[in-house]
Ligand binder design. Structure first.
Ligand code: 5GP
Ligand code: ZN
Length: 113
């Protein structure tokens, strides 16, 4: 999609801090980090939300989440970690290209929840 920010990040048209990339998926740091190491995992193809993911794409996407989570754990040493996916404006979705948030947690007052 030509006016989609995450498609532009996938294509390298706008910069991002990438932490992982393979044939199907890119992960990069969220620009508005709610906690240190807040990362987004996105499919390279434009899919608006969870309802548009094929089983194959869902497999490709979720397959890499444990590995990315482990490397965040190693790098930032959080005491916990939330996975979050907003679908629809009323559920808090603001970018309409599917993404999974990985949010490291550092305890009370860490800025999230
Ligand atoms: P949503 O509210 O749709 O679940 O999450 C969208 C996320 O994308 C937000 O956490 C926001 O900070 C992040 N975001 C928006 N624009 C950009 C951008 O240009 N670059 C990066 N890295 N993150 C972005
Ligand atoms: Zn897109």
């Amino acid at each position: 999609m030509s006016n989609c920010i995450f498609c532009k990040i996938v294509n390298g048209e706008i910069p991002s801090s990438k932490v992982f990339e393979n044939e199907h998926v890119v992960a990069f740091l969220d620009i508005g980090q709610v906690t240190k190491g807040h990362t987004l995992v996105v499919p390279k193809v434009h899919k608006e939300n969870i309802y548009e993911l094929t089983p194959e794409l869902a497999r490709n996407l979720f397959e890499v989440v444990p590995k990315i989570s482990s490397s965040i754990k190693e790098q930032f040493n959080p005491i916990g970690l939330n996975l979050l996916n907003n679908n629809g404006e009323k559920a808090g979705q603001s970018i309409f290209h599917y993404h999974m948030h990985i949010i490291p947690r550092y305890g009370k007052g860490d800025g999230f929840g």
